[in-house]
Write a protein that binds this ligand. Structure first.
Ligand code: DNO
Length: 349
């Protein structure tokens, strides 16, 4: 496994120099953030990210994400233009040395939580999702004052209601067919450029606000992988996204898809399932519902050689910053991941 760390660019309070000091750190995971979704990334912006990363002594090999324009997910006539832009972005990042691109196909809302600073008993804070709070929010109601953390702030409330309304006309099968159309166009380009495409599961892995969500479990990942027969067509195994449903056996999936050579990226974090939803916790197995050792071992036993990053951390030691993406707890997560893999690898020799 190659250890990586997400970095939000120059505005990130966590610096590349901090990241470089985490033991075993190999690669930066980043993106061009100042270009609207669907547009082509300027070569200069990509080159700048590469230079900054390499000057800090780290590798520039993973992009998270090249976001997918809503018109592609909605299957609108304008999608072809956006898909062509998407392919051009794959070509451009490949030329700069990128080996893996993470993306998702979630309608409108990326990851969704109800609170970003929920206090845990040890005095740290973390991200949580309580269904009862989600049920109180209706994005179609233009007068509602409620919003949820993680929502795309670039939408006005009216625009949000409009786009949610468009999805409400669609079935899950429609979304599958739009995904298939997209995959059939982008994977040949990725294969030609030798870039591994790694779809991220829907987070949480169930439908919210009646919007279709389709990358949620083993059955849907099987179906997704069957859309295109090429090793560049793969997944990001996000333990927290899949693990927030007790129905998902994450270790089983880790082994199965690693063995198939289709896990290109792994997001490792723990979640605790609670009655009304889930809470993000420290990475250690005993802090949540997931057996992180079993998952790491399954990846190893399946022959996984891709990138791993510690996913969301809590806020600890008084740190302030981007929720889920502070330095300290993610660095602890990285060190824990190093320990797990070292022990697993040595025990196997
Ligand atoms: C949350 C992240 C996601 C992820 C995208 C990938 O913290 O894991 O936002 O980056 O879903 O496209």
């Amino acid at each position: 496994m190659k250890l990586s760390f997400r970095w939000y660019g120059e505005d990130d309070p966590v610096t590349l120099q901090h990241i470089r000091q985490i033991p075993g750190m190999d690669s930066i995971v980043t993106a061009v953030y100042d270009v609207p979704v669907g547009e082509v990334w300027p070569n200069e912006s990509i080159a700048k990210l590469k230079k900054e990363t390499e000057d800090a002594g780290l590798h520039f090999e993973v992009i998270e994400s090249i976001p997918v324009h809503e018109d592609i997910k909605l299957g609108k006539p304008t999608r072809d233009k956006y898909i062509e832009n998407y392919c051009e972005n794959i070509r451009r990042v490949a030329k700069a040395g990128i080996k893996c691109v993470c993306y998702n196909f979630m309608p409108v809302f990326d990851w969704t939580r109800t609170q970003l600073d929920h206090p845990l008993p040890d005095g740290s804070t973390s991200l949580v999702y309580y269904q009862s709070q989600v049920d109180k929010v209706n994005p179609l109601n233009g007068d509602s004052d409620l919003t949820l953390p993680g929502w795309d702030a670039s939408y006005t409330r009216e625009e949000l209601a409009a786009v949610v309304g468009e999805y409400n006309q669609m079935t899950e099968e429609d979304l599958w067919s739009n995904l298939e159309y997209f995959i059939k166009k982008i994977i040949p380009v990725a294969a030609e450029c030798d870039v591994n495409m790694a779809i991220h599961e829907d987070d949480p892995c169930w439908s919210i606000f009646g919007l279709p969500r389709i990358i949620v479990d083993e059955k849907s990942l099987d179906r997704f992988l069957s859309l295109y027969d090429d090793p560049h067509h793969g997944i990001t195994l996000c333990t927290g996204s899949l693990g927030c449903s007790a129905k998902n056996d994450v270790a089983k999936m880790a082994y199965k898809y690693a063995k198939m050579g289709r896990i290109h990226f792994a997001h490792l974090r723990n979640v605790a399932l609670v009655e009304d939803g889930f809470e993000e916790r420290a990475h250690l197995s005993s802090c949540g519902s997931l057996d992180m050792y079993a998952i790491a071992k399954a990846l190893h036993d399946g022959g996984f050689t891709g990138y791993v990053r510690p996913d969301h951390g809590r806020m600890i030691w008084g740190e302030t910053g981007r929720a889920g993406y502070g330095l300290y707890d993610r660095a602890l997560g990285a060190t824990y991941i190093n320990g797990l893999f070292e022990a697993i690898e040595k025990a196997d020799k």
